[in-house]
Design a protein around this ligand. Structure first.
Ligand code: HEC
Length: 155
């Protein structure tokens, strides 16, 4: 084979490799869309609102030190990047099916998603890899938070 023909074949091969073109798993692209629209970044990505939603995906879902305080105590939006690196997809699906729990996490809304959409969220966040530090531990109602918090009780 002529050298130029070989080089052309190599170039064509590179174009079709993962990373050069579309994502390998189409669910990953769908997951990104769902996370963006599902308001997940509003709580789980520090500075999201302040940035008017311009933080790039590499920095999404790393958890927050801004607590949500109410009669249940104070809960923190968890670092989902670390969480998803350590649990399986089936664990996440189980969590969505069974977790109610603290405000303000949107478990009750996630339950309405089709199972493939629930999977897509996991695949996308997991594809980003772990990043950042764990969010602070949740506190019981009697404990005063040492971080900033949003007080969510009806007035
Ligand atoms: C209004 C704020 C808010 C929004 C919006 C929100 N979360 Fe959360 N999330 C929290 C809080 C607070 C917790 C911790 C309490 C809990 O686990 O229920 C949490 C917990 C979680 C956990 C559990 C992590 C663990 O280690 O147990 C996952 C996973 C998660 N959120 C993913 C998401 C996804 C995906 C979305 C978008 C569909 C989302 N969250 C939207 C506030 C929010």
């Amino acid at each position: 084979m002529k050298v130029w023909a070989f080089a052309l074949l190599l170039a064509l091969g590179a174009l079709t490799l993962p990373g050069a073109g579309a994502p390998v798993d189409p669910l990953i692209a769908r997951g990104k869309y769902l996370v963006a629209f599902g308001s997940c970044n509003d709580c789980h990505t520090p500075g999201w609102r302040e940035s008017d939603g311009t933080i790039p995906a590499v920095r999404w879902m790393t958890g927050s030190r801004l607590g949500y305080r109410g009669p249940w105590g104070t809960s923190y939006p968890k670092n989902v990047r670390r969480e998803f690196a350590s649990i399986r997809e089936s664990d996440w699906l189980f969590m969505v099916r069974t977790r109610g729990g603290h405000w303000p996490m949107v478990w009750h809304d996630l339950r309405n998603l089709k199972i493939d959409d629930q999977r897509a969220i996991y695949r996308f966040v997991r594809s980003l890899g772990p990043r950042g530090v764990p969010a602070p531990a949740d506190l019981p109602p009697s404990r005063e938070p040492s971080t900033q918090y949003i007080w969510i009780v009806p007035h």
